[in-house]
Write a protein that binds this ligand. Structure first.
Ligand code: NDP
Length: 296
């Protein structure tokens, strides 16, 4: 059941699936399964997030060499039906047969018989047509419900969209946060036109200096303080803000610390007023020309 009090993004219907509403904030898992934090904390974090309504969980065969998928599998044991589960295939595993085998390995680690969404992690050398055929086979076999892509810029997405079944691509997952707005020039408007939701990765700028600069920025602090929220909540509420009256972005912050999970879920109910948005625009302007796709 969708909780209509929280903002959601609609995945359009496909030839095989009905339209589906997803909460606009989900959970990432990169760096889980690498012993950077105790495994039980990672498992609990994902379960806590689920309980707070962050039901989309994003993982990949790449993360911890499958270790993150195992953490997710443990978190979802006995509650698989509560999650919308997304995983990703390496570009070099996205061939006619290799994609089937990669997906089966992911399913085994995740302890489930299907993914809700399977993404091509980034564009590679295997022809897209072949990857689409493999995704369609996986769908027919019931192993995935939908497919999508990640790290596709506007030209790549247009090429994909023009292929047979390419218009069934459910999402494109790309880097997007207040300090990296390049996609707003071409990619985001294109996706808006195609009615394709965007999944925003690194919505909190992950780590390092850029993140410190953003979180500590006087304008970010001023706007966050004015709204009584944290800088992280401001960044998340900003990433999922509706544009031209439509909400089209699902942010997928990764968090292990319980207070982070709680803040991230709390960001779902933050309303950014026009004055706050304008203040952020002044300091972090939208692009006025095409920029290369930001990738981590
Ligand atoms: P994020 O921008 O989500 O940042 C994660 C960091 O933010 C962690 O250190 C986390 O700490 C911290 N954090 C989380 N919530 C808060 C909060 N409320 N306040 C302060 N700090 C907070 O970076 P990611 O790189 O993890 O991106 C998110 C997800 O996107 C990934 O986990 C992955 O699933 C996906 N991704 C996809 C890519 C692709 O190519 N398709 C590339 C990169 C990411 P802690 O864990 O200690 O709580």
């Amino acid at each position: 059941m969708t909780d209509h009090r929280i903002p959601h993004v609609t995945l359009p219907a496909t030839a095989h699936e009905s339209a589906l509403e997803l909460p606009a904030i989900g959970q990432g898992t990169w760096y889980m399964g690498e012993n950077l934090s105790p495994r039980r904390d990672e498992v609990r974090a994902l379960q806590h997030g689920l309980e707070l309504g962050l039901t989309l969980i994003d993982t990949a065969e790449m993360y911890a060499d499958g270790g993150a998928e195992e953490v997710v599998g443990e978190a979802l044991a006995g509650r698989r039906d509560q999650a919308f589960l997304v995983s990703k295939v390496y570009p070099w595993n996205a061939g006619r047969d290799s994609a089937i085998a990669a997906c089966e390995r992911s399913l085994k680690r995740l302890g489930t018989d299907h993914l809700d969404l399977y993404l091509l992690h980034w564009p590679g050398n295997i022809p897209l047509k072949e990857t689409l055929e493999a995704f369609e086979r996986l769908r027919e076999q019931g192993k995935i419900r939908r497919f999508g892509v990640s790290n596709f810029d506007a030209d790549e997405l247009e090429t994909l969209h023009a292929l047979p079944d390419g218009n069934a691509c459910a999402v494109n997952q790309v880097l997007y946060h207040l300090g990296s707005r390049g996609i707003e020039y071409a990619l985001r408007p294109l996706m808006q036109r195609l009615g394709m939701p965007l999944m925003a990765y690194c919505p909190l700028a992950q780590a390092g200096k850029l993140r410190q600069d953003l979180f500590g920025h006087p304008v970010v602090r001023e706007v966050a303080d004015g709204l009584g929220i944290t800088p992280a909540q401001l960044l998340l509420a900003w990433a999922i803000r509706p544009v031209a009256g439509r909400r089209n972005v699902i942010a997928i912050p990764k968090a292990v610390q319980p207070q982070h999970i709680e803040q991230n879920a709390g960001a779902l109910t933050v309303e950014l007023d026009d004055a706050s948005l304008a203040r952020l625009d002044e300091t972090f302007p939208a692009p006025d020309h095409k920029e290369p796709l930001d990738i981590i």
